[in-house]
Design a protein around this ligand. Structure first.
Ligand SMILES: Nc1ncnc2c1ncn2[C@@H]1O[C@H](COP(=O)(O)OP(=O)(O)O)[C@@H](O)[C@H]1O
Ligand SMILES: [Mg+2]
Length: 149
């Protein structure tokens, strides 16, 4: 699959890209890695993304300290994970996450750290969304499929 590039000029556009353009491309068992520096918009994007699956966007919070947030969608859960503080791929948390990820869709902030390990366990496909900060309210998002399972 080729890359898709999205351009956002404000929070509402990032939200719309997430909900209308990207969320419909994923299915149960898929993993979406959200990569980009702090403040790039990964958590903001997640709010739009989950709404496509019937989750109230106000339930979304940054999982930096909880490690994983679970949102109940209409048909399956959305797991919202942050690998920022996860040090090794064989971490207990990582093993537990790999046991459940096939039951829903998993969004992983900073997930590029363990791309190879994720590929081993993914029930579905793995996608990567790379965020770039272009200006105070301007963002670029590059969406690409990493692997087919
Ligand atoms: N176009 C945009 N898309 C997403 N966030 C934006 C945009 N413009 C400004 N922002 C701001 O950038 C910040 C993004 O924060 P957040 O989504 O928590 O980033 P991350 O999870 O990548 O650290 C928010 O304060 C948001 O209001
Ligand atoms: Mg975040």
């Amino acid at each position: 699959m080729s890359k898709s590039v999205f351009h956002s000029n404000n929070v509402a556009q990032t939200y719309e890209i997430a909900k209308e353009k990207i969320a419909p491309l994923l299915k149960k068992g898929d993993i979406l890695i959200l990569d980009g520096e702090l403040g790039a918009g990964k958590t903001t994007f997640t709010r739009g993304f989950v709404e496509h699956f019937g989750v109230n966007p106000s339930h979304v919070s940054s999982p930096t300290f909880t490690l994983v947030n679970v949102y109940n969608g209409n048909d399956f859960p959305i797991y919202h994970v942050d690998f920022y503080r996860i040090l090794e791929g064989n971490d207990v948390f990582f093993d537990e996450l790999m046991e459940i990820q096939g039951k829903g869709i998993t969004l992983i902030e900073w997930g590029k750290k363990f791309l190879k390990e994720l590929k081993e366990y993914a029930e579905g496909d793995i996608f990567v969304l790379e965020f770039k900060i272009l200006g105070e309210n301007e963002r670029e998002m590059v969406f690409e499929k990493y692997s087919d399972n």
